[in-house]
Design a protein around this ligand. Structure first.
Ligand SMILES: [Ca+2]
Ligand SMILES: [Ca+2]
Ligand SMILES: [Ca+2]
Length: 216
C-alpha cells in the first residue's frame, strides 16, 4: 500500500537549544523536509533518511551551530534525484552522504551559504549520475567531494582560503566546472576513469595550487 510521502514543513520559528535529530531510516516512502520559516539549532543536526526519495530544502533562515550531517541513504525512485538544497544556510560543519539512487543524488550550496568548518559530500556508493554545486563561504581546512561510478557533475566556486580540497569523481565521464570565484588553499581534482570534461572558468595561472589527475 502506498502511504504517500512524509512532509515536514517549517512555517514559523523553530528554535532547538541542543541537538536536532530527524531519523526516518526505517521508512520506505519519500520524505520531504522544507523550511519556509526559521530553524535555529544550538548544537548538531542529524538527518538520517530511509529507502524512499529524501529531499531537503533548508536554506535561508536555517542556522546550525554545530555539525549538519545529512545521510540521504538509498532511493528506489527512478524519476527524481534525492536533492539537498542548502542555499543560504549557515552551519558549523557540513557532511552529506547519498546512497544508491536510480535518479542520483544532488547537493546545492549557493553564494549565500556559509559553513564555518569542513565540508564533505560523499556519493561514492551511487551507481547513477550525481550532481554537486558547491558555492559560498567555507571556513574549514578539509573539503571532500566523492562521485560515484556513473557520470557525475561538480561545479565548485566556494570561497575557502584555508581549505585543502580533494575531489574524486570516480568512474565514467564526469564533469568538473571550476568557477572564477573559487578560492582554496589547494585543490586536487581527480577525474577517475572515463572520458571526463574540465570546464575551467578560473584559469591559469591559478591563484592557489591545483593538481589535476586522470583528465584525458
Ligand atoms: Ca533515501
Ligand atoms: Ca563518476
Ligand atoms: Ca571519471
Amino acid at each position: 500500500m502506498d502511504r504517500g510521502i512524509n512532509y515536514f514543513e517549517i512555517d514559523n520559528a523553530v528554535n532547538v537549544l541542543g541537538n536536532f535529530n530527524m531519523i526516518s531510516s526505517l521508512e520506505v516512502e519519500d520524505t520531504l523536509l522544507v523550511n519556509h520559516g526559521t530553524l535555529t539549532v544550538g548544537a548538531n543536526m542529524n538527518y538520517i533518511g530511509g529507502n524512499g526519495d529524501d529531499d531537503i530544502t533548508a536554506g535561508a533562515g536555517v542556522s546550525i551551530a554545530g555539525v549538519l550531517y545529512i545521510d540521504l541513504a538509498e532511493s528506489t525512485k527512478i524519476a527524481n534525484p534525492q536533492v539537498v538544497d542548502l542555499s543560504g544556510l549557515s552551519a558549523g560543519r557540513l557532511a552529506v552522504e547519498g546512497g544508491n539512487s536510480p535518479g542520483g543524488n544532488e547537493v546545492v550550496t549557493d553564494a549565500a551559504t556559509s559553513i564555518a568548518g569542513d565540508v564533505s559530500v560523499v556519493f561514492e556508493n551511487s551507481t547513477m549520475p550525481n550532481t554537486g554545486i558547491l558555492l559560498g563561504s567555507y571556513g574549514g581546512v578539509n573539503g571532500t567531494f566523492r562521485g560515484g561510478s556513473a557520470q557525475d557533475s561538480l561545479t565548485v566556486g566556494a570561497i575557502a582560503a584555508s581549505m585543502n580540497s580533494v575531489v574524486l569523481m570516480g568512474a565514467d565521464s564526469d564533469t568538473i566546472t571550476l568557477e572564477s570565484t573559487a578560492s582554496f588553499a589547494s585543490a586536487v581534482l581527480n577525474f577517475g576513469d572515463g572520458i571526463d570534461v574540465f570546464n575551467d572558468n578560473l584559469g591559469m595561472p591559478y591563484p592557489f595550487p591545483v593538481v589535476i589527475q586522470n583528465l584525458p
